[in-house]
Design a binder for this molecule. Structure first.
Ligand SMILES: [Zn+2]
Length: 167
């Protein structure tokens, strides 16, 4: 059902806020609570009107929403790190996840302690900290601004990407 397709919901200031489905997005547009920012060329028909199918909508008023903790995932980390090893910068499809402070040393499986690493660097770093291994991180590991579920969905929806660049 096309009405179940995901729609990216932006805050009034264009920050990604949420995901809803087409049905909910159309309801928000009809209530004038949101406007369609990006829509498809396809139409969806109701008995009285027809609408372009929304892909990205923007809320008309700013929502103050606390940033919720986002669950870490392999794909989320790889996306955040742009599929590049955070030690040597190589871009690869077969990256591993490295715990910056090794798990054996009490390092946690969190956004702040997990980075994408190539097999070679992961092997070299082994059970050492970056200082001990004399390996420097290209980017400090941090929690993305938005839920990793949005990130995963955005992989298949090219129209969402411009709004997710600040992830
Ligand atoms: Zn590497």
């Amino acid at each position: 059902m096309i009405t179940q397709n995901p729609v990216l919901v932006l805050n009034q200031n264009y920050q990604p806020l949420n995901i809803c489905n087409v049905k909910r997005a159309l309801a928000l547009i009809l209530l004038e609570k949101a406007e369609s920012t990006v829509h498809s060329k396809e139409f969806i028909k109701s008995p009285s009107k027809s609408f372009n199918i929304p892909i990205v909508i923007r809320l008309m008023s700013y929502i103050h929403k606390p940033i919720h903790p986002k669950k870490i995932s392999r794909q989320g980390v790889l996306f955040r790190d742009k599929n590049t090893c955070q030690y040597c910068g190589i871009s690869s499809e077969s990256l591993t996840l490295d715990h910056v402070i090794p798990k054996s040393r009490g390092g946690k499986h969190t956004w702040e302690n997990v980075v994408a690493a190539c097999i070679k660097c992961n092997h070299k770093k082994a059970g050492y900290t970056p200082q001990e291994a004399k390996m420097k991180l290209i980017n400090k590991a941090k929690k993305p601004n938005i839920n990793s579920n949005y990130i995963l969905q955005s992989k298949n929806i090219k129209e969402w990407k411009p709004f997710l660049v600040s992830v």
